[in-house]
Design a protein around this ligand. Structure first.
Ligand SMILES: Cc1ncc(COP(=O)(O)O)c(C=O)c1O
Length: 430
């Protein structure tokens, strides 16, 4: 398709995420992608600073994942998972169990992060039904949280500052605690006390607590102290409330450890995994828990079986993709790679702290965040980034990068410098 037709038909026929159909934003057609580069139609390369929303950790067009997929396509692309099973699914459960160090031994596969959150919450409700706690039909979540765009997931996002505030009237009524504020790198400041009070007051109605461990992502890109997680786990155990960690964004190395919960001393009861699970190749997610919890979920006191079953769950192509991605992660020196990325981002982004329009700079593992006082102009800033050959998609007052782990040192330095230069140029013109 010619470039002009693509642009015209895209505008005419497609609805892009979080965008208006009345005045749609510009989109940039990408012809192909390779390694850390996205190629525009005129073959101009853009260094991808977003890993396509945290997913493409091994880069685009990765030979190892391509080969695994090609082999799997010839065996079978899809079969239903009700009553049938297959090797890629079982291998993946073994692989996940291994990289989570045996802490979860029961996995449920689904299609996307938001659906994984739905599944985890349903597990928690069924668990409480299994214990005869039928009144426990609320979830405690945190201000600043983001858990996805489906209805239960929306009802767990920050109720005031999220994209979902407009849906208040139709959402499940959950309970919100203040977000943990102690900085990841500083002293812990008893942030859990307000959550403790809310749990004490509402325990009879709460089935589970859900939290993004260590990094609250799309709700504000906040990094907080892992001690908070230890404290919340003790509280949950005390009240027999399940603890769900949403590692959809943080899982598979992004924060510098394979899973962000490894910064704490505890293991959650349920974990949601998605995004980078397939190395960013396919939409797929997994929910992990223990056999003990799953037995309670399936207790005859409740429905007697786990009542969920998406058509494409355990899709063999996606499972095989995930197996290949995990194999690559295991071959990689993950913490060394991520600390190398963190160091380069820090070297560059520390300069941004001096910019008069910058409120805060936060860096952890493969995530670099620049928070400005005022919201950025997404269009003008994106244009400045594209002009410099990088793809970074800011939102509100946050300009952040989370590059693929395979990014070369040269590309990472160019990415960081382009972010600083683009920001400076855009804000100094205001
Ligand atoms: C922490 C977290 N949970 C859930 C989701 C939803 O995942 P998906 O977009 O795959 O539905 C996201 C997506 O950004 C996320 O960051």
């Amino acid at each position: 398709m010619e470039f002009e037709d693509l642009i015209k038909n895209d505008k005419k026929l497609l609805q892009h995420p979080y965008d208006s159909s009345i005045s749609p934003s510009d989109t940039f057609p990408i012809k192909r992608a390779e390694g850390e580069f996205l190629y525009l139609y005129d073959n101009k390369p853009l260094i991808d600073g977003m890993s396509s929303w945290w997913c493409v950790i091994h880069g685009y067009n990765n030979n190892f994942i391509n080969d695994a997929l090609k082999k799997q396509i010839e065996r079978m692309s899809h079969i239903m998972f009700g009553g049938l099973t297959h090797e890629p699914a079982v291998n993946l459960a073994e692989n996940l169990n291994e990289i989570i160090k045996g802490r979860f031994d029961k996995f449920f596969y689904c299609d996307s992060g938001s659906v994984a959150v739905e599944v985890a919450v349903k597990m928690a409700f069924q668990y409480q039904m299994g214990k005869g706690n039928k009144k426990r039909n609320k979830i405690l979540s945190f201000k600043g949280a983001y858990h996805g765009d489906t209805f239960m997931a929306m009802s767990l996002c920050d109720p005031v500052n999220s994209m979902h505030k407009d849906f208040g009237g139709v959402l499940h009524n959950n309970i919100f605690a203040p977000r943990p504020k102690s900085d990841f790198f500083e002293k812990y400041n008893n942030d859990h006390l307000e959550t403790a009070a809310l749990l004490e007051e509402n325990a009879e109605n709460i089935a589970a607590v859900i939290i993004e461990p260590v990094v609250q992502g799309a709700g504000g890109m906040w990094f907080y102290h892992p001690e908070f997680l230890n404290k919340i786990k003790s509280l949950c155990d005390y009240y027999d409330i399940l603890l769900i960690f949403d590692e959809i964004a943080t899982g598979f190395g992004r924060t510098g450890k394979m899973f962000a919960f490894e910064y704490s001393n505890i293991t959650p009861d349920i974990i949601c995994l998605g995004k980078a699970i397939t190395g960013g190749y396919m939409s797929f997610a997994a929910v992990g828990t223990t056999k003990n919890i799953m037995d309670r979920v399936c207790s005859p006191k409740g429905p007697g079986a786990f009542m969920h079953g998406p058509t494409f769950m355990a899709n063999p192509l996606a499972c095989e993709c995930a197996n290949a991605s995990i194999r690559l992660l295991k071959q990689m020196e993950l913490s060394k790679t991520l600390s190398g990325i963190q160091k380069i981002i820090s070297n560059y982004f520390s300069e941004a702290s001096e910019f008069p329009f910058v409120k805060d700079v936060r860096i952890l593992g493969g995530i670099g965040v620049i928070e400005t006082f005022e919201d950025v102009n997404i269009k003008t800033l994106t244009d400045k980034f594209i002009k410099r050959g990088v793809w970074v998609r800011p939102f509100k007052n946050l300009v952040y990068i989370m590059p693929p782990y395979i990014i070369s040192e040269k590309s990472l330095k160019k990415l960081c410098k382009s972010v600083l230069d683009g920001l400076w140029e855009d804000f100094s013109k205001k």
